[in-house]
Design a protein around this ligand. Sequence first.
Ligand SMILES: Cc1ncc(COP(=O)(O)O)c(C=O)c1O
Length: 397
Amino acid sequence: MRTLDARLAETLQGLRQAGTYKTLRSLSAPMGPVTRLHAAGEVLVFCSNNYLGLANDPEIVEAARQGLAAYGAGTSSVRFICGTFDCHLALEEKTAEFLGTEAALSYSSCWNANEGLIPALAGHDDAIISDEANHASIIDAGRLSQADRTVFIHSDMDDLAQKLADVHGAALKLVVSDGVFSMEGDVARLPEMQVLCRQHDAVLVIDDSHGTGVLGPRGRGSHEHLRVPASGPNGIDILTGTYGKALGGGNGGFVAGSRDLIDYLVQRSRPHLFSNALAPPTACAALKALEILEREPERVTQLHSNVTRMRQGLREIGYEVTDSPTGIIPIMIGDTAKALALSEGLLEMGVFVVGFGFPVVPEGKARLRVQMSAAHTDAHIDRALDAFARLKANLPD
Ligand SMILES: Cc1ncc(COP(=O)(O)O)c(C=O)c1O
């Protein structure tokens, strides 16, 4: 125990000295374009995944309330024993219909979905080929499998083709990528990846956690944006995603694909077999989020126009921002301590934007990450831009 205590104390002290120690900020009001932080009071939120402004939507809160009344607080069981409620089946059917796949299976998070999918599919003699910028849950899911693992250079299709050729002897090849990269805010090159996967008889798995509800005219995700079908011979093979971002901001994740895939996961996916399902109120809230999104595609249009306004405004102030259509706008800073200090500076001006540094992003690539919501008004965006303009004076050239 003394060894552990000493190790913990030394690590924490090191983080404090390096200026990279993270403090959890607690909120005392619901998530929205404006919230209240214990330390800072009322702030504008530009760091949440509340892309469609549904996190505290009255209809969603009511759906969760009704779910609680109808089914109680939890499942008290894993799915295959007695933990499957009709709200889970309704949510899965709706998810598949929304995305354009035959079937879907819900999990308690997308982290869980990735870990439930990848090791269940890829074992000895198989190969997983993963974009180097993929989310940690994809990396850890790969580590849990027995398959050979290879990483390709971020969005580099020549490197992906080379890596596919290198593993040509593998029994099964899985190419796995974020649809929208959570730290870069760019979109995966789905059309090229899809063609390469067909050429090499590989399976394409896309985690569209930051694309679902955000991209495409109807918010179906990166596949809709890039006009790649979600299924079929010219489509993606498997989608994973979350209900914890655009789709209501609660929690839960899913795998969507063929009916046989979902049937197989019900038999073999370890988090599905050994961990409780989504709590019914959360499943009901996610189902309502999908219904609202289908009914009100104008939320997606509003998000797209807010993204454009923010990107243009930042550029006019002199920040370098990319042209990506996603709700994630990274501003590169470099040094982790500096990024964290700048985020403190913004907070003092009432604008909540988080700085990300190592180990979330590679050493030397720290950044501020601005995230947009359909719920931001022009006035919110202009106030944030004003704070960014004042901050600019403190930035390195
Ligand atoms: C690409 C990606 N996958 C998975 C997750 C995890 O989602 P969840 O909160 O549902 O576990 C995230 C969350 O940041 C993500 O960005």
